[in-house]
Design a protein around this ligand. Structure first.
Ligand code: FMN
Length: 426
């Protein structure tokens, strides 16, 4: 065939329209972006998982806004570890169980929610949608899941509180400002606006992490954080509010134990999505270290975790390791390019994945996964981290099954069938 000039033009136009997006090493599940237009929101139906929502946001947001959400500290080693630690974990599923009614309901700090995951605090939701944080409040309220707004939100504390549905429970994140009058004023607003707890972020001491991806677009960053925040300061802060204080950004077993000893009701393990100390461990590794050093803590205090959670299987892993509730930040920020509908879609995808995975693993009650290490095998991580597997039981035999030899098992089964009033073995 001979290429005429008009054919060349048509070919080039076709090439220009085809969107090629760097998928950043995310799992390839067949997302087809060839019909997308850069800078334009793709059809929400194209997104079937949380990674798809990230790619849709990457296609839609300005490079500066995408970088703000996506950025992480230094070489992003912790950011990547958060995303890929899951590849080292195996889940154990059990047959012969009734999973006709799956129950995701659980409590967080004594409040009842429809799922064990929540929207973690993240600054500047307005970069993705004019509805900003209100979209999170409304989607979380409709689904009865927890949302923890950031103190660095686009919208004010009042606007966020006013978007809540009747009876909706929210916690509020706070930073350790060196300006005590600012601190006191915000703490008072959390109380008067009906927030039920303060998630106090303690990992941005004085300064935030160095984030190259974001620095290429702006030199800006948080400032005004206290550089001298000690246990005594924490005590003083607690005395300034009647709300429970939950330290967030705890990243060693030692500090988890310390928070429990201080008598606080909960602790929030997080490496800030890899945005502070590059090289900090993942939530899975920190939880394993707590099992190794201070296993009693699981009975003393609620533990929340986040970092790289994109699938129900990640939530199940963290719950099985003893975590009470699991936060997601970037997925919600990305979903917000579709406004409230996107955030709702994110919640629905995760809930559906949880229900399906639990049914296939043979567990109908989410509360029975929590702390049940028979559901997971984390030996590969333990070997890498500690040089030897831990002494916790992550075998796939949760209880002794007295089946004996083949013959006695057959007899047991026959008895079971007889006692159930049926003699059909077909
Ligand atoms: C864009 C962005 C802004 C964030 N802002 C805050 C914040 O204001 N306060 C805070 O405690 N954590 C903040 N975080 C950290 C999150 O709460 C959370 O710990 C972390 O991002 C979880 O990892 P994930 O994004 O992989 O889910 C932010 C994270 C992102 C991605």
């Amino acid at each position: 065939m001979r290429f005429t000039p008009s054919l060349w033009t048509a070919q080039l136009a076709g090439l220009a329209a085809a969107v090629v997006i760097d998928m950043e090493g995310l799992p390839d599940t067949g997302l087809d972006t060839s019909s997308w237009t850069t800078g334009t929101l793709p059809p929400i139906a194209d997104c079937v998982d949380l990674n798809d929502l990230q790619i849709a946001a990457k296609n839609t947001l300005s490079p500066a806004n995408y970088a703000y959400y996506r950025t992480a500290a230094l070489d992003e080693i912790t950011y990547k570890a958060n995303l890929f630690i899951w590849e080292k974990i195996r889940l154990n599923g059990f047959s012969f169980r009734d999973v006709s009614n799956i129950n995701l309901n659980t409590s967080i700090l004594g409040y009842e929610f429809a799922a064990p995951f929540f929207i973690a605090p993240a600054a500047q939701a307005g970069r993705a949608s004019s509805g900003a944080e209100s979209n999170f409040v409304k989607a979380a309220g409709a689904a009865n899941i927890l949302y923890v707004p950031s103190i660095s939100s686009t919208q004010s504390i009042a606007t966020i509180a006013n978007a809540a549905v009747d009876g909706q429970v929210m916690f509020h994140q706070e930073y350790i400002w060196s300006d005590e009058s600012r601190l006191q004023s915000e703490l008072s607003q959390f109380e008067s606006r009906g927030f039920k707890a303060i998630v106090l972020t303690v990992d941005n001491t004085g300064i935030q992490g160095i984030r190259d991806r974001q620095m290429r677009f702006s030199a800006g960053g948080d400032s005004g954080h206290s550089q001298a925040f000690t246990v005594e300061s924490l005590g003083r802060l607690q005395s300034m509010t009647t709300l429970p204080v939950i330290p967030k950004g705890v990243k060693t077993a030692h500090d988890v134990k310390l928070v429990a000893e201080l008598g606080l009701p909960a602790v929030y393990i997080s490496n800030h999505g890899g945005r502070v100390v590059d090289g900090a461990p993942t939530a899975v590794e920190i939880l394993l270290d707590v099992h190794r050093l201070y296993p009693e803590v699981f009975g003393q205090i609620e533990i929340y975790c986040d970092g790289g959670v994109r699938r129900a299987t990640h939530i199940i892993t963290l719950l099985a390791l003893g975590c009470r509730a699991v936060g997601l930040a970037r997925p919600a920020m990305y979903a917000n390019v579709y406004g409230q509908a996107g955030v709702t879609k994110m919640i629905n995808i995760l809930s559906q994945e949880l229900q399906t995975t639990m049914a296939l693993m043979g567990e109908s009650n989410i509360d029975l996964i929590r702390g049940n290490t028979t559901y997971i095998n984390t030996k590969q991580v333990e070997l890498e981290m500690f040089g030897a597997p831990l002494n916790i039981d992550t075998s796939s035999t949760p209880y002794a099954v007295a089946v004996g030899s083949d013959q006695s098992f057959r007899m047991n089964l026959n008895n079971l069938v007889a006692s159930n009033g049926t003699n059909s073995t077909s």
